[in-house]
Design a protein around this ligand. Structure first.
Ligand SMILES: [Zn+2]
Length: 175
């Protein structure tokens, strides 16, 4: 997919998360998650810019999702250490309040990995598909719904994502 389509898919994945977080009055967490997911929505397509790496190769895999998750987990641990020693940030980044006992590192991993997986899901809609299991397998998985350059699909997904997120926030706030 193109950028708009990927933003749309990321927002569709984010919508149920936004619903839950807004419903439990954690708008701050919803903003962090939504922001990161949109920020990273196009990350796997850095393979366009890296010589020697094929498009929809290594950066379009669950392996890459785990790597990005790992980077976020490490960043979360560093943030936790800094916030802990300085006494700031506590409460703001407190996922334990969301899913009792979930560590900040696990939260970071899930957020980083999910952001990449949302991109893979968008590309899996197109005939070229995604090799989720790289480097273990060369098989690509595709739903073959529409081509990546399909303008209607890209704008349609974007509109659906914006609508779903808006509806989720509205309904969550109404609870
Ligand atoms: Zn891609």
């Amino acid at each position: 997919m193109y950028r708009k389509g990927h933003y749309g898919v990321s927002l569709l994945v984010f919508a149920p998360i936004a619903f839950v977080l807004v419903a439990i009055k954690r708008v701050d967490l919803a903003l962090v998650i939504g922001g990161v997911m949109l920020w990273l929505a196009m990350l796997p397509d850095v393979d366009h810019a890296i010589p020697g790496i094929s498009h929809r190769g290594p950066t379009h895999s669950l392996c890459f999702a785990a790597v990005v998750g790992g980077v976020f987990a490490a960043a979360a641990l560093a943030l936790e250490a800094t916030a802990g020693s300085a006494g700031v940030g506590a409460g703001v980044f407190d996922p334990a309040a969301v899913a009792g006992g979930l560590s900040l590192a696990a939260f970071g991993f899930a957020l980083g990995a999910l952001s990449v997986i949302a991109h893979l899901a968008g590309d899996a809609l197109t005939p070229a598909g995604v090799n989720f299991l790289w480097p273990l397998s060369a098989r690509t998985y595709t739903l073959g719904v529409w081509r990546a350059d399909n303008t209607l699909a890209n704008y349609g997904l974007f509109a659906a994502g914006v609508f779903a997120t808006g509806a989720a926030v509205y309904l969550g706030a109404a609870l």
